[in-house]
Design a protein around this ligand. Structure first.
Ligand code: FAD
Ligand code: DLZ
Ligand code: SF4
Length: 510
């Protein structure tokens, strides 16, 4: 049989009709390949909810493509001849379809791109790897921006993108409200009377139920609860979730962006990261719709700017940084942290209430919001000197929105400062005081957040001062740390010694 047509391989986080790999598709001759594979579910042991979400979203996307008249070769995990990995599935598909070439969009992870570069030789068929243009900036845009800069800081990249896109800009090229950043307004504690909206919950349809059965049977021993399952798995439902957020939560997104409350998982956050990262939502559309809420007077500027900055700023910046710095980035370990991840990250069984709450909700929902990830589980990992690789693997496993391009810079760089300051200008280290200010966790904790020594002292307190003392040589010349080192130097020496002794006892017992 003569080779004919193109085989278009769409990966599980590429579920968008606008994918570059689908752009010039010929419905008569081309075949779209999609494959559920064991290797992608187990290279780290993903949360079952994340696997179920992705498989169901993949199956729904395949149906969407079929309805548009395309031929889809969809490989279910439970097909008896499923090959278990991308390469083997591709090879088998080439034998079935005899395409003249393969077209793919570049993947989101370095490990997969490295493998993909060898596909052509392995399969004996040309492979066209196309740019993933679902982002505001390409990898090359970021590299050009970064070239020659002494420091890479999100804020300046973000401002460039604001100018380039015109998002939240006045006609005179000034930022809306005459300020780039409204962060100072965005650190309010949640009042006890606040009743945050709940994100919409979507009832699993037949396809999702089948996937839940499959995932329960194959990956039931992975960390995390498979049910209740309520994520959107179609573009239409993901858009409904976005609309719900824009109407009910966005107006307060800014004010309570950093707040945490026991029993309230999502507060005024959007819970759309998982949809953006797999292609069900488009970041440009999301930002334009948020901006429209500001122009219509339905949401204040501090909320809309804060939200847009997460997507236009942080999301784009971490992606650019990931591709620029990999693979060396993942190997850095600025503080030489080497302590193994404590078992309670998997069980939630700890008497530190803030950690218990954040881990329990992560296990249940494959979700925690940014400050929980950064200032509770991340801050603890930083202060306790946990090994970056183990911490990064945990984050990649447990969140439904986790892919290495976005997870690694956030964990390795932002939370652990393991990159020594490539991503951020100083470590996000904090004592229990910060957690107490932004949450109600300390009210129900067996520890006393006001105490730094003694049996009831909050471990975050002595771990914090211990961290600063231990890493003085690496941090003391950082201008943004000078105030805190001055405070440490003014502290009673005996108190510092006592805190270090408490920290040692605590860490030895971990
Ligand atoms: P919202 O708070 O409503 O924000 C809106 C959107 O902005 C998010 O959906 C996301 O797309 C984007 N965003 C916000 N903050 C960031 C950020 N720092 N970096 C990139 N995008 C951002 N985000 C992921 O998408 N995947 C990850 O694997 C991931 N791992 C993280 C690990 C750590 C240690 C930390 C501190 C942060 C991590 N983040 C990650 C960023 C952020 O915590 C999540 O994007 C956010 O919590 C998702 O919830 P949401 O959709 O309700 O976001
Ligand atoms: C995360 C994931 C999982 C769990 N399973 C699959 C899968 O079975 N098939 C697939 O095509 N993609 C899956 N993915 C997403 C991939 O891991 C992702 O495409 C790469 O990590 C590149 O970002
Ligand atoms: Fe966490 Fe300390 Fe507060 Fe307990 S007292 S919840 S350990 S910050």
């Amino acid at each position: 049989m003569n080779p004919r047509g193109t085989l278009r391989f769409v990966l599980g986080d590429q579920l968008s009709l606008a994918m570059s790999s689908l752009r010039d598709i010929d419905p008569e001759n081309d075949v779209v390949l999609m494959a559920e594979v064991w290797d992608e579910c187990t290279y780290v042991r993903h949360h079952p909810k994340k696997i179920a979400f992705l498989f169901s979203a993949m199956r729904h996307f395949a149906d969407e493509l079929r309805k548009l008249g395309f031929t889809v070769d969809y490989r279910r995990l439970d097909a008896p001849d499923n090959k278990g990995g991308f390469r083997a599935e591709l090879l088998a598909a080439i034998e079935r379809h005899r395409p003249a070439r393969i077209v793919v969009t570049e993947p989101g992870e370095w490990r997969v791109l490295e493998d993909m570069k060898g596909w052509s030789e392995f399969c004996g068929c040309p492979v066209d790897i196309r740019v993933d243009d679902r982002f505001f900036a390409t990898r090359e845009d970021f590299s050009r921006w970064a070239e020659g800069r002494r420091e890479l800081r999100m804020e300046y990249f973000y401002r460039d993108l604001r100018r380039r896109t015109g998002l939240l800009m006045e006609p005179d090229r000034k930022p809306a409200g005459d300020r780039w950043n409204f962060d100072k307004e965005n650190r309010k504690r949640l009042p006890d009377s606040a009743v945050p909206p709940q994100p919409p919950r979507f009832t699993p349809d037949r396809i999702t139920r089948q996937v839940i059965d499959l995932v329960g049977g194959r990956f039931g021993d992975h960390f995390g609860d498979l049910e209740p399952f309520w994520f959107a798995v179609t573009r239409r439902d993901a858009e409904a979730a976005l609309s719900h957020f824009l109407e009910h939560a966005l107006p307060h997104f800014g004010d309570y962006q950093d707040a945490m409350k026991e029993g309230e998982t999502t507060l005024y956050h959007s819970v759309i990261g998982l949809y953006l990262n797999c292609g069900l939502l488009d970041p440009r559309d999301v930002c334009r719709r948020a901006e429209a809420e500001y122009h219509a007077g339905r949401a204040p500027l501090n909320a809309v700017e804060g939200f847009v900055r997460q997507i236009l700023g942080w999301r784009e910046y971490v992606r650019g940084l990931y591709w620029r710095e990999m693979p060396g980035y993942a190997e850095t370990n600025h503080f030489g942290a080497a302590r193994p991840l404590p078992g309670f990250y998997w069980t939630g069984e700890t008497d530190l209430n803030c950690l218990r709450q954040c881990i329990a909700q992560t296990k249940e929902g494959a979700y925690a919001h940014h400050i929980q990830r950064l200032m509770v589980t991340g801050n603890f990992a930083l202060l306790a000197g946990l090994a970056p690789k183990e911490v990064c693997e945990w984050y990649l496993i447990v969140y439904a929105d986790a892919y290495e391009w976005v997870e690694l810079p956030n964990t390795h760089g932002m939370a652990l400062f393991a990159d020594g300051g490539i991503l951020g200008s100083k470590p996000y280290a904090a004592s229990g005081k910060y957690i107490d200010r932004m949450s109600d966790y300390c009210r129900n904790c067996r520890y006393d957040v006001k105490a730094s020594t003694g049996p009831d002292a909050c471990p975050f307190n002595y771990l914090y001062w211990n961290f600063l003392t231990e890493h003085r040589a690496k941090l003391k010349d950082n201008r943004r740390m000078s105030l805190i080192y001055n405070a440490l130097d003014r502290m009673d020496r005996r108190k510092v010694e006592n805190m270090r002794a408490e920290a040692k006892r605590f860490l030895d017992a971990l």
